[in-house]
Design a protein around this ligand. Structure first.
Ligand code: GAL
Length: 435
């Protein structure tokens, strides 16, 4: 017990250091246990607890999690919910803290991961999580979870996580007033996008495309590569059927360089919410970000169609670049039964319909109550059902952590030197190193 406590403190200190270094005043909080005014922690008769780890601390995300915690408080009133969220978009800080806790054999009971290679190639490969087939059988989840998702959370017949949502990564958010004033329609192709960005720049807008810290450039990268290469070639990059030294990749990298040339010079100091705010303020016209951006806009009480509009990233209509937040059960979870109770809520219709309308995602389950969802999310549900589905790189679907981290390093260098040939060489090497 004493050891666990010491390790927890060490993890907290690491989290504080990472957050201070990476976030500035972004999003505020660091690791937080649920506070006294949280309805889930006030009941006096609690006998058990569950520690749940995520990076949902602000900007619509914490609010979504709170809604699911409220459901948990009704189904499992005797279990205290310890919210160990660590701030920082896309889990950049949280996942470093998680890795050090797992290494120290001090796992949270359950944590947020991404369906796909992040889960299979990282946590399953390291034998850090338990299979959940028994829960799928008990809850009948195979009948309600999308068939496309199950292989991405399974290995050798074992299912390893409970997906709570589907997010779309290839979304263009725009300020409708800025576009109307400039006489610009929402661009639908990359060529039109670059023409629109150039016109806005010529009209005096310094940075028409808002961007934040480094992971958001990987996010922009995956959108532009999909637009430039198309879905078959994008997917082929990850199964080895399309070469990283191909001309199609060179063209994609050149398009990425063009997009970057319209972004703000202070991007590394900004969170994804800050970048979204630049669009709301009309300082920038566009931002390419996952649909959690809408959760943030709605939390600010901004109105769809008036304060912001959206479309698929130009050149990607008909494609749904997806990711899925998925909760796991730690191997040797300190509170295994309580963790199973939490996962049961995370996979339930009630839990997902409470969480997703606020989080800005659509439920992983296919039996949502559409009446609870706003205009954007209804369009995302329809697109998910009919579009070509491809995976996200920045959010864990197509590459495991070690490959992704090599790509991240290459992107970091490219942001500094803009050398397309060197970038492509580094990406070829990253694939070779990934095995
Ligand atoms: C993603 C995650 C989303 C959202 C986003 C920004 O990786 O899947 O749920 O949290 O990061 O933080």
């Amino acid at each position: 017990m004493k050891t666990r406590k010491t390790l927890r403190v060490a993890a907290l200190l690491l989290a504080l250091a990472l957050v201070a270094a990476a976030c500035g005043d972004d999003e505020g909080s660091t690791t937080t246990a649920a506070s006294g005014d949280d309805p889930t922690t006030t009941a006096g008769a609690m006998t058990d607890q569950v520690e749940v780890f995520s990076w949902w601390t602000g900007g619509g995300e914490a609010a979504g999690l709170e809604e699911m915690i409220k459901i948990f408080a009704t189904t499992d009133a005797d279990i205290e919910f310890i919210n160990s969220a660590v701030a920082g978009g896309a889990g950049t800080n949280a996942r470093a803290v998680l890795a050090s806790r797992l290494q120290a054999n001090d796992p949270p009971d359950s944590w947020q991961g991404h369906a796909g290679q992040e889960l299979i190639g990282t946590y399953v490969a390291a034998d850090q999580i338990e299979p959940l087939n028994f829960l799928y059988d008990q809850e009948g989840w195979l009948d309600v979870m999308p068939e496309t998702l199950i292989p991405l959370i399974s290995k050798d017949g074992n299912i390893y996580s409970v997906p709570v949502n589907i997010h779309r990564s290839n979304v263009l958010w725009a300020n409708p007033t800025v576009l109307a004033d400039a006489g610009i329609a929402i661009p639908t192709s990359l060529a039109d996008f670059f023409t629109a960005l150039e016109a806005l720049k010529a009209g005096g807008m310094d940075a028409p495309l808002a961007m934040g810290e480094q992971w958001t450039s990987m996010h922009l990268f995956e959108s532009i590569m999909l637009a430039s290469m198309g879905p078959a070639d994008w997917t082929g990059l990850w199964d080895g059927s399309v070469a990283w030294d191909s001309a199609a990749v060179t063209k994609g990298l050149e398009d990425f360089a063009t997009a970057l040339s319209y972004t703000n010079s202070d991007s590394s100091a900004l969170s994804w919410q800050d970048a979204g705010q630049l669009v709301l303020d009309g300082t920038s016209a566009f931002n390419i970000m996952g649909d959690w951006q809408e959760g943030f806009f709605r939390e600010l009480e901004k109105a769809p169609q008036t304060d912001y509009v959206w479309a698929a990233t130009p050149g990607t209509a008909g494609n749904f670049q997806f990711l899925s937040d998925s909760f796991v059960l730690a191997k040797n979870a300190p509170h295994r039964d309580a963790a199973i109770a939490w996962l049961t809520v995370a996979g339930s219709n009630e839990g997902q319909d409470a969480f997703n309308p606020v989080k800005g995602s659509i439920p992983a389950r296919n039996d949502a109550d559409r009446a609870l969802y706003g205009e954007y999310l209804l369009s995302a549900m329809d697109d998910w059902a009919s579009d070509t589905v491809v995976g996200s790189l920045a959010h864990g679907v197509v590459a495991n952590d070690s490959w992704k981290s090599e790509i991240d390093t290459a992107i970091g260098l490219f942001l500094l030197d803009g050398d397309v040939a060197a970038f492509q060489t580094a990406l070829v090497a990253a694939q070779a190193a990934s095995g």
